[in-house]
Ligand binder design. Structure first.
Ligand SMILES: C[S@@+](CC[C@H](N)C(=O)[O-])C[C@H]1O[C@@H](n2cnc3c(N)ncnc32)[C@H](O)[C@@H]1O
Length: 216
């Protein structure tokens, strides 16, 4: 292992002790086992800023009672880990879903602490094909709405009154961003909630992220 990598890994280990954080320890192990550039992207400043915004707002809206949570387009399971490590929330289980099978072992490693106890599970599936009525989730999160060309097809599958937390953005020109929106109103037209509990936007360096929380 080269010296620089060893140094960064040592720092992560030290930080996990200092903050008494099994999450940082899991990040260290995962970066060692799966040294992919995309893991760095999933944990970069913008991604964590957007997810921290989601976590804080979700706590304000729900008071922390989440039950069975489904995270769609969950990629490497970063959001699932953030919710499960946050002691303010009561989470029965997080099911993190992604259609890309290469995400599974990385997400399970990043969520090692909770995968062992069964509180975190990964599902390789296409969200267009899932039967949401069958699995009875208390909360469905989708922070990958900008990736869904046929978003109305997915939205039509969600049972009415389901609690949803949704994010999209106006970051056009990025690979896979086939459904960006110009503004919050455009996002609301794509996912017309019966009851809106939160709506907002967050300015980031290269784009704006939009978030809606409410009932289908
Ligand atoms: C780049 S990532 C996540 C970006 C997002 N802004 C976030 O919350 O971090 C988008 C993920 O959505 C997944 N995805 C796209 N379409 C999907 C579908 N129909 N079903 C399940 N996963 C999907 C991709 O495989 C990818 O891992």
């Amino acid at each position: 292992m080269n010296e620089k990598i060893a140094m960064h890994l040592d720092i992560l280990k030290g930080l996990s002790v200092y903050y008494d954080s099994p999450f940082i320890a899991d990040i260290r192990e995962t970066s060692l086992r799966f040294p992919r550039l995309t893991l760095g992207h999933a944990l970069n400043r913008n991604q964590i800023t957007c997810k921290k915004w989601l976590v804080e707002t979700l706590f304000d809206v729900t008071g922390g009672e989440l039950g069975r949570v489904c995270v769609l387009g969950g990629w490497y399971g970063v959001l699932g880990a953030m919710l499960l490590h946050d002691r303010r929330f009561r989470v029965e289980r997080v099911t993190s879903v992604d259609m890309d099978p290469s995400c599974e072992e990385v997400a399970n490693s990043l969520n090692r602490t909770h995968a062992k106890s069964g509180k975190f599970e990964f599902l390789t599936a296409d969200m267009y094909e899932m039967d949401f009525g069958d699995r009875a989730f208390d909360l469905i999160v989708n922070t990958s709405c900008e990736h869904l060309e046929k978003i109305e097809k997915w939205y039509g599958r969600i049972p009415s009154r389901t609690l949803l937390t949704l994010q999209s953005n106006n970051y056009v020109g990025i690979e896979g961003h086939v459904n960006c929106v110009d503004d919050l109103d455009g996002f609301k037209r794509q996912v017309p909630l019966a009851e809106v509990m939160f709506e907002g936007e967050l300015e980031l360096k290269n784009y704006t992220r939009f978030m809606l929380i409410g009932r289908r």
